[in-house]
Design a protein around this ligand. Sequence first.
Ligand SMILES: [Zn+2]
Length: 267
Amino acid sequence: MDLIDIGANLAHDSFDADRDVVIARAQAAGVGQLIVTGATLAASQAAIALARARPGVLYATAGVHPHHAAELGPGELPRLRALLADPAVVAAGECGLDYFRNFSPAAAQRQAFALQLQLASECGRPLFLHQRDAHADFMAALREHGARLRGVAHCFTGEAAELEDYLELGLHIGITGWICDERRGRHLLGLVARIPAGRLLLETDAPYLLPRDLVPRPASRRNEPCYLPHIAATVARARGESIEACLAHVATATRALFGLALPPASP
Ligand SMILES: [Zn+2]
């Protein structure tokens, strides 16, 4: 299998005790490459350190999640610009808008998002985008930013109209184990078939969003990149594709968007 987890929060402290084991378990499951999400300046720095230690296997994003938007003032821009210039960084984000909990005030979120859209285009990085309960403002910010958008709407959980909006903007769509959730993810089973080959990407969002239908159910609630094959199988089935055909176009699209090399040959 040739699987790439485009959204793994491996810098999260829930992996501090066994990060190497988690990565080895992912590789043994066929997940040969992972993009480590940076959600704050410090976490982005940590993601870069992880990626540097495992070139060709781990990559990083650098950005400030909307929950932390209030931390990104003009004074922090030089640091974020430097992080984005690091060769281990393959995307700007995660950035976007999240009005579900409003951990940062909406106005601060919009400002931090606009700054990061600007930085991403300055440094030529694709976007790693997060949006929850903020679709209209999110679309307005992206449209204002320009016609040529490269990036992924990560952890897509929306309805058909949102999906059409993102596809029209040229975005890729990241699907997580949300699709395995019989309470709130059913609609995604119908929607994933509408994502053209070449625009579909896969991710776990570990340690969050443990797929609810894993058998046997893991004792820990922690999600791990080694469960990506389970998500991929669900997505392929919903699209009416063989797992091989699905993984082939997903891997090609992922490497093209983020500029990833092929994984190092396994020993
Ligand atoms: Zn997110």
